[in-house]
Design a protein around this ligand. Structure first.
Ligand code: ZN
Ligand code: MN
Length: 479
């Protein structure tokens, strides 16, 4: 029986406006090689200047994971040749990272809280991008010098599920901190996994293999499964010492296997040395203070949603894991809308329509004002839930042509509920008088017959009252 031991290195791109050591834009959608200057191109004579915003964001992360913030950190050059790195080195932090010794809590398989030790989080520059097309290779240097925060854990993960939980929660945290878009497709959240195995009961750590640069949760799962199985089979076939080497492997998404990329370098292979153009960094009071302002953290939000707003844990987690929905939900509930009604409308009705293939291009037509108005009208019994859904469908289908506000649509489709209770009571009384036989049946225990009366009242009132209210008044009157 074997045990799997994993540690993670996650690179997140910080969402600063400009790069780490120059004023170039970090815009993802710019034309290739337009966001470049002598500094990020590493031209002779250029001098880097550190970007305050990147430090503030790194400190925020450190504070969110109860870490030590090192007031004096240093930048080193990590030397290696890459076609998309014009400087020939990466500016990184080896000896003194800005953030050290933090903690992150996940749930293990049994749902018990488990503490993951964060060894460090350091600032470094990103490289450019190589794009391979048939026989040509193109290089885009826009990404060169964009700030990365590399977050390194201790080898505390025992299963794929724990890794998955950590990555998703980490992604949620950095989005709530507003320090990164953490978008895997755009490469602003990239993951390396270090994997080793050992017979259960042993303390020794065996050879660790690094699988690099994965940018999808699905591939990470496949890669971990494949690589652990490979190592276990090598052990059982008695070829562990020759086949499992300390190396960097890549996950081949087409074949679903890991392949050797290069022997793993030791730190001294990179000939790290302090960057002579950047003196030791001393964090000012101002920067430390800016980094101490944290928004409500996901774990506090979860607590508040469950205990104060009485939302189920499952729904609360779904809202929090989506930063956009989470902001909408907070705005709506802070504005007085009922949390439970909001949950239904956001998670079921709104998201359901966003995720529908045929609606995809159109759901942007549902504005937050529309949604809030519908929820408010449902909450105050001005329209029924069913009418609310009709209105959403109407907006999705028609909004590109007509610009109508929800109130106009309600009038146009005749969906407004009548709230004149006196009028309703009169009609109910009449229906009771006209149906004395049914009332007797009801009183003798045939509770189901009341349905036919409700149907009659709905017909009589032309569907303008909420059936729930009709039911309440009818039962009150009969008794
Ligand atoms: Zn630049
Ligand atoms: Mn790195």
């Amino acid at each position: 029986m074997f045990e799997i031991i994993m540690g993670l290195e996650v690179h997140i791109q910080l969402n600063t406006k400009t790069k780490l050591f120059c004023g170039c834009s970090t815009n993802f959608n710019s034309k290739p090689n337009t966001n470049v200057c002598p500094i990020c191109l590493g031209l002779p004579g250029s001098l880097p200047k550190a970007n305050k915003e990147a430090f503030v964001k790194a400190i925020k992360f450190g504070n969110a994971i109860n870490a030590t913030i090192n007031n004096n950190s240093i930048f080193e050059r990590k030397n290696y040749f890459y076609p998309d790195s014009p400087t020939g080195y990466q500016i990184s932090q080896l000896q003194v990272p800005i953030v050290e010794f933090g903690e992150f809590f996940i749930e293990d398989k049994e749902g018990k809280e488990k503490r993951i030790r964060i060894n460090r989080a350091h600032l470094e520059t990103d490289a450019g991008k190589s794009i391979h097309q048939n026989t040509n290779s193109l290089v885009d240097l826009n990404r060169c010098g964009i700030p990365l925060l590399e977050i390194v854990t201790e080898p505390d993960f025992k299963s794929y599920e724990e890794v998955d939980y950590y990555l998703k929660e980490l992604q949620t945290l950095v989005r709530h901190l507003d320090i990164s878009d953490a978008n895997m497709q755009e490469g602003s959240f990239r993951c390396d996994v270090n994997i080793s195995i050992r017979p259960k009961g042993e303390d020794k750590l065996y050879t660790r293999v690094e699988i690099k640069n994965m940018n999808s949760f699905k591939f990470i799962q496949q890669a971990i499964k494949y690589e652990t199985l490979r190592q276990i089979e090598c052990w059982e076939d008695d070829v562990y010492d020759t086949e499992v080497r300390q190396e960097t492997r890549l996950f081949d998404v087409n074949d679903g296997i890991t392949k050797p990329m290069r022997g793993k370098e030791e730190a001294n292979d990179y000939r790290y040395f302090p960057d002579p153009d950047l003196k030791e960094i001393t964090l000012t009071e101002e920067i430390l203070e800016l980094g101490s302002y944290l928004p409500e953290l996901p774990k506090d939000k979860l607590d508040r949603y469950i205990n104060k707003l009485k939302i189920s844990k499952k729904d609360a987690k779904r809202i929090i894991s989506d930063i956009t929905l989470s902001h909408i939900f907070d705005d709506f509930t802070n504005g007085g809308l009922d949390p439970k009604i909001c949950i239904t409308w956001l998670l079921v009705e709104y998201q359901g329509r966003i995720n529908k293939e045929e609606y995809k291009s159109r759901t942007s037509d549902i504005t937050m004002t529309d949604l809030a108005t519908i929820i408010m009208m449902v909450q105050h019994n001005q329209i029924s839930g069913k009418s609310g859904k009709l209105i959403l469908d109407y907006i999705v289908e028609k909004r590109n042509n007509i610009n109508e506000i929800v109130e106009t649509i309600v009038d146009k489709l005749g969906l407004k509920q009548n709230n004149d209770i006196k009028e309703l009571e009169k009609i109910v009384a009449q229906v009771i008088t006209d149906n004395s036989k049914v009332i007797e049946e009801y009183k003798s225990g045939k509770k189901k017959v009341i349905g036919s009366l409700i149907g009659k009242i709905i017909k009589e009132t032309k569907n303008s009252f909420n059936p729930k209210i009709i039911n309440e008044i009818l039962i009150k009157k009969i008794n």
